[in-house]
Design a protein around this ligand. Sequence first.
Ligand code: DON
Length: 521
Amino acid sequence: ASKVGTDILKKGGNAVDASVAVQFVLSVVLPIAGNIGGGGFLVYRSADGQYDALDYREKAPGKATEMMYLDKEGNPITDLSLFGQLAAGVPGTVDGMVKAHEKYGKLSWEELIQPAIDLAEKGFPITAAQAEEFTYSYKNFEKWNAEGTAFTEKKEWKKGDVLIQKELAETLKLIQKNGRKGFYEGKTADLIVNEMKSGNGIISLEDLKNYESIWRTPVTGNYKDLKIISMPPPSSGGIALISLLHSVENYPLKKWGFQKDSTVQVMVEAERRVYADRAEYLGDPDFYKVPQNELIQKENSISRMINFSFNHATPSSEISASQFNPKEKEETTHYSIVDKDGNAVSVTTTLNGGFGSFVVVKGAGFILNNEMDDFSVKPGSPNMYGLVGGKANAIQPHKRMLSSMTPTILEKNGKLFMVVGTPGGSTIITSVFQTILNVVEFDMNMQEAVAAPRFHHQWLPDEVFIDKTAISDSDRNILTEKGYKLTERSPWGRVDGILMKDDGSMEGGADPRGDDFVSGF
Ligand code: DON
């Protein structure tokens, strides 16, 4: 995908052209997360400093209801929002790419889709990590797709095996020829609705025909001399990232140092408070009045930190959401692109869980998302990332489910400085937060910043998750004594970023935790 993006740039395409081509190629070469059956967010900054944000998040089908994943007693039915046809939201990716291309693209639509068609038709050798994922997921694919799929061609996959996806190639050709109608109407739409009928799905032809992605105003804020440009609701990412940076701005992190006890303490306490606000106040702004201005006001973040003491951890049970003036009522993927003129694109796109709902649309060859699990299916009941929510993120027909995706662009002195983002569910926000601080406070280059070990707190559960190599033993001991529960977890996130250097060159960082790749010319 990185190579295709670079090829498009070499041909004279701009960052948006490359981004469209990369999105479609990822739907072929990264079936676990790259998609046409899911959605995403794109943040754009032009070379002359204009910015824009495209919301191509999935939507709840028209027949969705607040109770749809609950049993008669009102308890969540295990896995109903995670697997199978009912877990899918109405996909947004194809409309998103059409709108991005219409507004900013230079090259023809046809040539941007062609690389994806070629890779689907002729196949490509899979990586070692993919071989493991396909082999591991065989049973789930088999369970949800009675007639077999490209991913169940083999039971045991090896590195270098070639994955051919003929049906997907045909679907991509329809999209190439007919644009959004190639997906939301005609043969592909019929195949999606047939797939729904073969199980418990509820996406209708009308839902598909009426799906529209939306241009939104990016959320912006400042941290020292940086300007942060990120994704507004229905993602919580931009607001939460800005609130986190505001919360830590007045503490001498640089002096304390990377992952020293005080640094970790301040960052974790900020995370605890910001995620409590996320649970209360964030949801689709078309359905719920999100107090965006209040949340990104520096004074709010600063006052939230007043009850924090360096002597001990604040128990999450003592933290609730901010009080505002009552008049205000783990698979995804990220790519960062900068073209030769300095136009920048930051995209995070997802099926939600790895391989989404595991439903491969019969006859159309693409995987449907399980994004409905990002709604709060019941107030206070955790989703697959342990996130809780309430009214703001309750299910309603046609509503967009809340996201943590944080595609972000930073400016320094009015010039492009960094393009960054990552997958990782609830951990996305804190991974982007740490990567930015790694560069601006802890003097790492882009590659070191994305590779550095990470930690994460999200209010509930009241635990600090840590990479195996994060935080030295002595700092771990100090934190544990102060009441922090540290829990080691297998590595998360695949942060990919681009840093602009003073001499005008660019430095790429690709997360070694994944098959991620830096490419340029
Ligand atoms: O939108 C969200 O926040 C989630 N659906 C993202 C899922 C994700 O990052 C999974 N990746 N590991």
